[in-house]
Design a protein around this ligand. Structure first.
Ligand code: SF4
Length: 299
């Protein structure tokens, strides 16, 4: 429910509330639903975490200067979050002005209403952003987000394209010139063989566009599937060799039959031989031979 995390772009996660509802394709394999099942918790209603968890940022475990990802097991702007819970969480973030809190949402259309109704005001230590996994979600969410007071006042506006589920080159070319985005995170889907692959060129295009617009770019992970470029370099070749020598134990080539047999309904999503299943840990985050994990300038 919180504290130290494997998420590379923050120091801790903190979920003052738990529970959510699925809104788009990115939610299909939501980690929270799997986690709640294991924990015996109802994932469908948003409820307040225990006092100990709720007050976590006030503990000494969170150090000055740390970055805390808020609501990793929920959505801070979910319509089911009680106003009191949102206000109390906001108060805690205000009290810890020495800590940076990062709030991502798939529901930017709720931000202004909740801010007004819950009596919240933007704070200099809260970074706000949206998650958008494909062009359709980007168009809808960026439009809503860019019209909010938080977008105008957030010290850092960021976008997490994770899990990236489609080519977004055209919309990013159009929108990055129009909106003030301070940070872009890209990641593939982890969580097993049913995870959907992130194509190499999708991520590479975002990296190039971010570089073009001088926007810090953070490649979080490829996800469970390792993409292979046509000109497979040393890193990719190593994985291919391991894959071939260990076959099933280490991973499997994508083949149409195999993919369909898993019942994912997305066969043909990624061309055969473009990706191999190796698990997120093995796939890593190296892109074009480099580990690029930049952070925004906070000044
Ligand atoms: S918005 Fe986030 S927490 Fe909610 S269902 Fe979707 S992926 Fe899960």
């Amino acid at each position: 429910m919180g504290l130290n995390t494997k998420i590379e772009w923050c120091d801790h996660t903190w979920s003052p509330t738990i529970g959510c509802s699925k809104v788009s394709e990115a939610c299909n394999n939501c980690y929270m639903f799997r986690w709640a099942k294991r924990a015996g918790i109802d994932p469908h209603t948003v409820h307040r975490a225990s006092d100990k968890v709720f007050r976590l940022p006030l503990s000494k475990k969170i150090k000055s200067g740390d970055k805390v990802f808020v609501c990793s097991l929920s959505d801070f702007w979910h319509e089911g979050m009680l106003p009191k819970d949102r206000r109390d969480a906001w108060d805690i973030m205000e009290q810890r002005s020495d800590v940076t809190f990062l709030i991502l949402t798939k529901r930017p259309e709720n931000i202004d209403i909740a801010m007004k109704e819950n009596g919240l005001r933007p704070l200099p230590n809260i970074w706000c952003g949206i998650t958008a996994e494909n062009t359709r979600c980007w168009v809808q969410r960026m439009k809503c987000f860019s019209e909010t007071e938080l977008y105008r006042q957030s010290p850092v506006r960021f976008v997490s394209i994770e899990p990236m589920l489609g080519d977004m080159t055209m919309i990013l070319k159009h929108d990055l010139a129009r909106h003030d985005i301070d940070w872009i995170i890209v990641g593939g889907e982890s969580g097993g063989i049913e995870s959907r692959p992130l194509k190499y060129e999708w991520a590479e295009d975002v990296r190039k566009l971010a570089s073009h617009y001088n926007i810090p770019f953070f490649m979080k992970q490829w996800g469970a599937w390792q993409p292979l470029r046509q000109d497979a370099g040393e890193i990719e070749q190593n994985i291919v060799d391991k894959c071939l020598s260990n076959d099933i134990k280490y991973g499997k080539w994508i083949e149409d039959d195999f993919y369909r047999a898993r019942g994912t309904g997305i066969s043909g999503f990624c061309a055969p031989s473009h990706s191999i299943y190796v698990g997120a840990k093995n796939a890593g985050a190296v892109i074009n031979g480099e580990l690029i994990q930049e952070f925004p300038n906070e000044n």
